[in-house]
Design a protein. Structure first.
Length: 184
């Protein structure tokens, strides 16, 4: 590797991914990933579409004020995450299992192999993820499903990197505890 290449890589690593030149490029480059992030957070494609539109509109309005060297990916994720949190606060939503969802969960069996069935585990993990506090859910999904680094998660949540790590850790701990109860 040449000195120039090494210097460029160090600059790129220090500033995050290279910036984008236009709003269209931002949407093309990061839009699908941000939309998937919202689908994972809401677990409802229609609701994710609405939040994505809100986030894209806010990003469009603020794009001209953003530094070209900024980490556009983390910035767009932050806007989407804030849209999710605002929506949760605005509607006072607390995702709980309703009677129909509770009835749809099969009763536990005595067969250990059946209890470890991946399909059943996934069906049970979804509601557990839904019950996580919004910031823990965002942190865990950003880290485990979208491979965001802790510094990007910290920017997304508007907290320190240590707090981002703590949110991911606590979310994973709660899921493990819940899974342990399923297998007990």
């Amino acid at each position: 590797m040449t000195t120039t290449t090494t210097a460029r890589k160090a600059d790129r690593d220090a500033c995050g991914p290279p910036g984008v030149e236009s709003f269209e490029e931002l949407i093309d480059r990061h839009g699908p990933e941000v939309h998937r992030f919202l689908v994972n957070l809401t677990r409802n494609p229609a609701e994710a579409d609405d939040l994505y539109q809100d986030a894209a509109l806010k990003a469009f309005r603020a794009f001209g004020r953003l530094d070209r060297k900024a980490n556009h990916r983390a910035w767009f994720f932050r806007i989407a995450g804030n849209a999710f949190l605002s929506d949760r606060r605005k509607h006072g939503r607390v995702d709980r299992l309703d009677e129909l969802a509770t009835a749809a969960i099969p009763a536990p069996t005595d067969d250990a192999a059946a209890r470890l069935d991946a399909g059943e585990a996934l069906a049970r993990i979804g509601p557990m993820i839904d019950r996580l506090p919004p910031k823990q859910r965002m942190a865990m999904i950003a880290r485990k499903q979208h491979d965001l680094g802790y510094s990007e998660i910290a920017r997304l949540l508007g907290c320190s990197e240590a707090a981002a790590r703590a949110n991911v850790h606590e979310a994973v701990r709660k899921l493990r505890d819940g899974l342990g109860e399923l297998l007990a």
